[in-house]
Ligand binder design. Structure first.
Ligand code: ADP
Ligand code: MG
Ligand code: MG
Length: 317
């Protein structure tokens, strides 16, 4: 009976942060923990949403250059995003929203803007146009903040923390394909997490303990232009156009979801060579990259616990 209670699986699924969410927790504390985790995710969504005019980010973006008081989550995550911007030489940039909007990714009116229009909109981007002092945020006029590339990872971290605080030792969060885990599986084994491939299958399976596995891909949110080319929602900050680094899927693996979310987006923009150099310098997060030529790049820390799918077994690593 005790053994059963300890390993009993509870799940809840809902929609938040523009994506389907499934939370899974094990044991007698699971139901209460899932409730708290779900509330925490909903709270973070209401603070960070770039399309909700009442959110911290929505109010900031509508403030026309005036200072705005934001909550602790928004202030801390903005500080983090600015640090990642510096650490990635600008590949990760939370101020691209004016350019992103021109592509219609959030308004559903998809179009391919001219390079000159994008160049004009990029004048509104740049981390130096964001000022943070305590909980007060201020943007230069016309600029916009967008934490969309870190929000889900942060929400996953907070959901797992809420479940841990409620007494759960074993849990898994799936936020639109971002998978984050607490502890080990209830049977004491490591979690086996699939790394998605652009065709909807798997690149392979990774064994993890208390880690996040976050993938950024050009196949998640995209449209086909009148020229037949595919345009996706991860932009190159140098051009304001979809990043074409040669990497078509970038997965980051490490203990913190917000780090993995930010860095999977950055790796997608940076491409394989720069990602490998970044990892050599910093030692984390681990990465699995798939390039348009079918090459697989995997960081050394992950190689021993990654099993490539047979379809990719012959890929150059
Ligand atoms: P998803 O949200 O699909 O999981 P990402 O985590 O990679 O994918 O985040 C993509 C989102 O981040 C975009 O929708 C946009 O809001 C924002 N974004 C686009 N390009 C960049 C960039 N170079 N740096 C930071 N954020 C970006
Ligand atoms: Mg991201
Ligand atoms: Mg993501």
């Amino acid at each position: 009976w005790n053994q059963f209670a300890k390993t009993r699986k509870h799940s809840v699924s809902f929609y938040a942060m523009d994506t389907p969410v499934t939370l899974t927790a094990y044991g007698s504390r699971a139901e209460e923990a899932l409730d708290r985790a779900r509330s925490r995710i909903k709270q973070i969504e209401s603070e960070l949403s770039v399309t909700d005019p009442r959110s911290d980010v929505g109010r900031l973006n509508a403030a026309g250059g005036a200072p705005v008081e934001v909550g602790e989550d928004t202030a801390a995550l903005t500080a983090f995003a600015l640090r990642v911007n510096a650490l990635t030489d600008g590949a990760f940039d939370p101020t691209l929203y004016p350019a992103l909007r021109a592509w219609g990714f959030t308004t559903e009116e998809r179009r391919v803007p001219e390079a000159a229009e994008l160049a004009e909109l990029l004048k509104l981007a740049g981390a130096d146009r964001v000022r943070l002092f305590g909980r007060t945020l201020r943007l230069d006029e016309g600029s916009m903040l967008d934490l969309g590339a870190v929000g889900k990872g942060f929400a996953g971290d907070e959901a797992l923390a809420a479940m841990a605080a409620a007494g759960v030792e074993s849990a898994l969060v799936n936020l639109g394909g971002n998978v984050q885990t607490l502890g080990l599986r209830p049977d004491g084994q490591r979690w086996r997490i699939g790394v998605k491939s652009p065709d909807g299958g798997l690149i392979g399976v990774l064994r993890v303990e208390a880690e996040a596995v976050v993938t950024s891909g050009g196949y998640e949110r995209f449209f086909t232009g009148p020229d037949g080319r595919i345009y996706w929602h991860i932009l190159d900050p140098r051009t304001g156009a979809p990043a074409r680094s040669g990497v078509i899927s970038a997965t980051a693996v490490g203990p913190e979801g917000k780090v993995c979310d930010a860095m999977s987006t950055a790796f997608f923009v940076m491409g394989a060579e720069k990602t490998a150099a970044f990892w050599k310098e910093h030692g984390s997060p681990g990465f699995v990259l798939l390039t348009e030529n079918g090459e697989l790049w995997i960081s050394e820390d992950l190689a021993a616990r990654f099993e490539a799918d047979p379809a990719y077994a012959g890929a150059k690593v």
